[in-house]
Design a protein around this ligand. Structure first.
Ligand code: UDP
Length: 236
């Protein structure tokens, strides 16, 4: 498979690296370097970034936060990560333009499909902050939404495991990996790949997903160079 435009989803948690909270600058720099290589290959890149390394709305509710305010805090957390990624990209010579789901100028400009496409066509990376802009959603859903809006050829979901398994490979040593799987099989087997809203958006709009290990340095470029990595989710 060759791709002209991709939507890369990076989780906030992965930005922590070996830390327990916040941003690991080394991990961020590693990501920036790999993203630069992809831009240099002539591929247009949009990135949705999570916020779980800083704050998640749901975990806030258990501490007494109002869910909507908690989710807004989560969306702000994704924006902090977006700014971090943008400056890490700048350090390697790539312009990372931050598009926010909510009006936040001058932290970023408000997302518009056409401005994001214009940026990517110029070789800039479009970084999408704030998920969907609405509470009760996740950045996986935001990622599916932006992926569809910017007409990406694929959504690449970077994780810390090698793909989709029959069970959680970190808990069950007998779990085996799928090379490919249909959206429906994900529902039927009740696999926890992404939340169902995100999976459904991708299915209904025919956006293929590849789940792969983003923490192995070099994997992103290998995947985009045609190596058979991760698990492809398709319509079947
Ligand atoms: N969030 C939200 N709406 C969105 C996307 C995110 O309210 O469209 C909030 C939600 O509280 C979520 C937090 O932002 O827990 C961080 O996003 P997420 O948990 O998806 O980050 P990740 O798990 O990828 O680090």
């Amino acid at each position: 498979m060759t791709f002209k435009r991709i939507l890369l989803k990076l989780s906030g948690e992965s930005l922590m690296g070996e830390q327990k909270y916040g941003i690991d600058e080394q991990r961020l720099a590693q990501y920036a370097q790999q993203i630069k290589q992809v831009v240099d290959m002539g591929i247009q890149v949009g990135i949705m970034i999570g916020g779980g390394n800083i704050f998640r709305g749901l975990s806030g509710t258990s501490k007494g936060f109002d869910r909507v305010k908690g989710d807004q805090m989560g969306m702000l957390a994704t924006t902090i990560n977006a700014l971090g990624l943008s400056s890490a990209l700048k350090a390697v010579g790539v312009e990372g333009r931050v598009f926010t789901a909510i009006h936040m100028f001058p932290i970023g400009e408000q997302f518009s499909k056409w401005r994001a496409i214009d940026a990517m066509e110029k070789g800039e990376v479009a970084i999408f902050a704030g998920g969907t802009g609405c509470p009760y959603f996740t950045t996986d859903t935001g990622s599916a939404l932006r992926g569809i809006e910017i007409e990406a050829d694929v959504m690449l979901k970077g994780t810390r495991v090698d793909g989709i398994y029959t069970a959680d490979p970190e808990k069950d040593p007998t779990a085996t990996k799928f090379d490919k799987i249909t959206y429906d099989e994900i529902y039927n087997r009740k696999l926890k790949v992404m939340d169902l809203t995100a999976t459904t958006l991708c299915r209904d709009n025919k956006l293929p997903i590849i789940v792969f290990n983003m923490d192995k340095v070099g994997n992103l470029v290998k995947l985009l160079s045609g190596e058979n990595l991760g698990t492809l989710v398709y319509e079947g």
